[in-house]
Unconditional design. Structure first.
Length: 208
C-alpha cells in the first residue's frame, strides 16, 4: 500500500508539520502549543481512487523515546493520546478549511485516562481487569458480526489483533499468561462464531 501523504502539503496547530510526512525518519512533528493539537494533510492532488480507503499509521521516532515507554520506564513523550480522524471535502490547494470537517473515527486513550484516575492498588488486579476488558471485546465483536449479517471479515480483523496481543503477553514484556490465554480464547470466539453461522447458511440457505 503506497504512502499517499508523503511530501504532500502539511499543516499543524504548531510545530514543524512537514516533519511528519517527509522521507526522513530522523525528523518528526511535535506540537509545541496548547492541547488539543492537530495535524492536517492536503491530499487533493492524490487521485480519488487512491484515497477511497486508507490506513492511518503513527510512527514514533525511536531515537527520541521508545514507543511503549511503560516497558522501559521512560518518559511518555510522543505517544498517542485520545484522537479524532476527520476529512474535509473542500477543494484543497491552500490552508486547511475552518469548517466542513467530518469525523470518521474517535479513539479514546482509556489506558492513559484510567492510569491518572484509578487508585494504584488497582494495579494488583491488572490480570482481572484485562480479562474483563477482553470479555467486553468478545461481546462487541459478536455484536459487530451480528449487525453486519454475520460477515466473517470483522471477526478475522479482531482475531488478528487479539492474536498479536496474546503473542505479546505470552512471549514479550511485561508477560501475563492469564491475559495471553484469554486473548486466544476471545480470538477463537469472535472468529469461529461467524464462520459457524456462515457455514450453516451455506447448508441451509435462507428462504424468501
Amino acid at each position: 500500500m503506497p504512502v499517499i501523504s508523503r511530501g504532500k502539503p502539511a499543516f499543524a496547530s504548531s510545530g514543524n508539520a512537514s516533519g511528519a510526512n517527509d522521507s526522513s525518519y530522523s525528523t518528526y512533528w511535535r506540537s509545541s502549543g496548547a492541547m488539543p493539537a492537530w495535524l492536517a494533510y492536503d491530499l487533493s492532488s492524490v487521485p480519488a481512487a487512491n484515497r477511497g480507503q486508507v490506513v492511518v499509521g503513527w510512527y514514533n521516532d525511536p531515537v527520541t523515546t521508545p514507543y511503549d515507554h511503560t516497558v522501559v520506564g521512560d518518559a511518555a513523550y510522543n505517544n498517542l493520546g485520545s484522537y479524532t480522524i476527520q476529512v474535509n471535502p473542500a477543494a484543497g490547494g491552500g490552508q486547511p478549511p475552518g469548517s466542513g470537517w467530518v469525523t470518521l473515527a474517535t479513539v479514546a486513550n482509556t489506558a492513559a485516562w484510567l492510569t491518572g484516575i484509578v487508585p494504584e492498588s488497582w494495579g494488583d488486579a491488572a490480570s482481572a481487569w484485562g480479562i474483563a476488558m477482553l470479555s467486553v471485546v468478545a461481546v462487541i465483536g459478536l455484536g459487530i458480526a451480528w449487525a453486519s449479517g454475520w460477515r466473517v471479515a470483522p471477526g478475522i480483523a479482531l482475531a488478528w489483533g487479539l492474536s498479536w496481543l496474546a503473542v505479546g503477553r505470552l512471549t514479550g514484556a511485561p508477560p501475563n499468561q492469564a491475559i495471553g490465554i484469554a486473548a486466544i480464547v476471545v480470538a477463537v470466539i469472535v472468529l469461529i462464531v461467524p464462520l459457524a453461522v456462515a457455514g450453516l447458511r451455506l447448508l441451509r440457505p435462507e428462504q424468501d
